[in-house]
Ligand binder design. Structure first.
Ligand code: NAD
Length: 353
């Protein structure tokens, strides 16, 4: 339990800013008390919730009662607000993508180190059960040694919102969903990224990517296919993971899926040829029923602390910050490499990232 009741004010009380109030509600030691948004209707919504409404960012930062500032504005203003808040003596939580470029994040980190305040990025999808499940499958070696990961999110509704369709505020799907999928991927291996190849999807005619396909190779040989799509009327499974002893599929966020793997207690049985189109094939026949197991996906162990519980205990000095700023920096460097690969239409090699 926290020693103190920290007070948090939200900058940018839009879709995500207001959602944070729900995330904070069950957390002991932290209360949302105020908000500032440049839009009058969003200020009215904050006042309706009983929060203190600030007339400006300066007014919010000048309130000595506020300990923590949550930044949930479009991405291009994250850096300036974060730096001002840290300099005003506030701890800061910033929505993802923390900044649009790695150099902007380095500027924030320099100020954070100078002021000693806590700065943390809201990489909430580290707590997603589908991701934790894949991590569990890999750690338990349920499919042997994992050598390939496919992680996708696909919809058919185009790019939502207004600013997400524009380049200047940091729109586009790579900076939106891509950040989550890449953050998760980098937590599934200790290996460094060796190479990246990417094709951005520009189907919808916006000035930013409406999705992307990226092929990432790690130094230990692990490969990953990361895809985000907004024009997929039929979507592919959320995760498809291959190991040398089996394959795991997680179809959706509802954790539907299965593992098919070698049965260690049975000598491998040769598959029988099957009729396939106009020919016969043994190579592409399903693995023999006798020598494989079909396993349900196990519920992964849940994290001991939520993002906010961890943040509060970090403020108290009781635990380490779970989402580390160097990790957010690595994700941004990977995103920059992905953009470079797409722009140059080439594989970017020898990254050691
Ligand atoms: P939104 O457009 O719904 O809300 C943004 C709000 O910020 C708007 O109300 C806008 O008026 C306000 N704003 C803009 N500039 C401002 C400024 N200088 N000062 C104060 N207010 C300002 O957008 P959103 O979907 O809530 O996204 C906000 C942030 O949250 C983005 O960084 C986005 O990537 C992130 N986000 C994260 C998740 C997640 O799962 N972690 C999900 C959605 C959005």
């Amino acid at each position: 339990m926290s020693n103190k009741n920290y007070k948090m004010a939200i900058v940018g009380y839009g879709g995500m800013g207001s959602y944070h109030t729900k995330l904070v509600e069950p957390v002991e030691g932290l209360t949302v008390t105020g908000a500032f948004d440049i839009k009058p209707d969003r200020m009215a919504a904050a006042l309706e919730k009983g929060f203190t409404g600030y007339g400006s960012l300066d007014e919010l930062l000048g309130d000595n009662e506020v300990d923590v500032v949550l930044i949930a504005t479009p991405n291009d203003v994250h850096k300036d607000i974060a730096i001002q808040a840290l300099r005003a003596g506030k701890h800061v939580i910033c929505e993802k993508p923390v900044t649009i470029t790695s150099s902007e994040l380095l500027e924030i980190i320099a100020v954070q180190q100078e002021t000693g305040q806590i700065f943390s990025v809201h990489q909430n999808r580290r707590w997603d059960e589908d991701f934790l499940l894949v991590k569990h499958v890999m750690e338990k070696r349920q499919i042997g040694d994992t050598f390939h990961i496919e992680s996708r999110v696909q919809g058919a509704n185009g790019i939502p919102g207004d600013w997400r369709q524009l380049k200047e505020p940091g729109g586009g799907m790579l900076l939106d969903w891509g950040v989550h999928l890449l953050d998760q991927l980098l937590l599934l291996t200790d290996s460094k990224v060796e190479s990246v190849w990417t094709e951005l999807s520009m189907i919808l005619g916006t000035e930013v990517d409406d999705g992307f396909t990226s092929f990432i190779k790690f130094e230990d040989g692990l490969t990953a296919l990361i895809e985000v799509g907004t024009t997929n009327y039929i979507k592919l499974p959320r995760w498809y993971v291959k190991g040398n002893e089996g394959t795991a599929i997680v179809r959706d966020w509802d954790l539907s899926g299965e593992i098919v793997c070698n049965n260690p207690d049975v000598v491998k049985v040769e598959p029988k040829p099957i009729q396939a189109g106009q020919g016969l094939t043994k190579t592409m026949a399903p693995p023999s029923e006798q020598s494989t197991l079909r396993l349900p996906l196990e519920k992964p162990p849940i994290s001991a602390q939520s993002f906010y519980e961890n943040f509060v205990s970090t403020l108290d000095g009781r635990t380490e910050q779970l989402v580390k700023n160097e990790e957010a920096l690595r994700v941004l460097r990977l995103i920059e490499t992905i953009f470079e690969s797409a722009e140059k239409r080439t594989v970017i090699n020898d990254l050691h990232l």
